[in-house]
Design a protein around this ligand. Structure first.
Ligand SMILES: [Fe+2]
Ligand SMILES: [Fe+2]
Length: 170
């Protein structure tokens, strides 16, 4: 009986350790909406569609990196604020935080590169009368600004808080 209880407890600890950190649902949804919109724009006529195709390649890689490194860190902010950050989660977030801090300048540079495509897409989209494309560029620009001003720094702070928590628990 004792063995059984120990076994379940051990299983629980292992499964928590293997569980990935999860991103805030609202942020995942925002990325999905951006992506769905871009798919539609790629099918628009003229140069608008072809610029959107080129943009899609870079944007996909960028979003994947954010979802791997930044979003999971944002997912622990609620637990940090509520004083409910678990040790196992803190360990994972601490490692992820260091990884994100290394990638941070590159992510900002990525936004700069994306902006070049977005500006071109906005100009050409307007010339060709594709207002969806123009609105799309404004949405992504706003999204990127929010990331630069709030979300990336918040992800870094989440990683540092997690690392502090790990150290204070030995
Ligand atoms: Fe993003
Ligand atoms: Fe971004």
């Amino acid at each position: 009986m004792c063995f059984k209880v120990y076994g379940i407890d051990k299983y629980r600890r292992v499964s928590v350790a293997l569980m990935p950190l999860s991103a805030p649902a609202s942020m995942e949804k925002e990325h999905q909406e951006i992506w769905q919109l871009l798919i539609r724009i790629q099918h628009l006529s003229g140069k608008t569609g072809s610029i959107a195709e080129k943009l899609a390649k870079d944007l996909k890689a960028h979003i994947e990196k954010e979802e791997e490194l930044a979003l999971p860190l944002l997912g622990i902010l609620g637990d940090i604020a509520n004083g409910k950050l678990k040790n196992g989660v803190a360990k994972k977030a601490s490692l992820l935080g260091s990884k994100f801090e290394k990638e941070y300048p590159g992510m900002l540079h990525g936004h700069k590169e994306l902006r070049k495509y977005l500006e071109r897409l906005k100009k050409v989209g307007a010339e060709e009368g594709h207002l969806t494309a123009v609105r799309f560029t404004e949405t992504v620009e706003k999204h990127s600004k929010e990331e630069e001003e709030v979300l990336y720094p918040a992800a870094i702070l989440a990683g540092r808080m997690a690392s502090k928590r790990t150290r204070s628990n030995g």
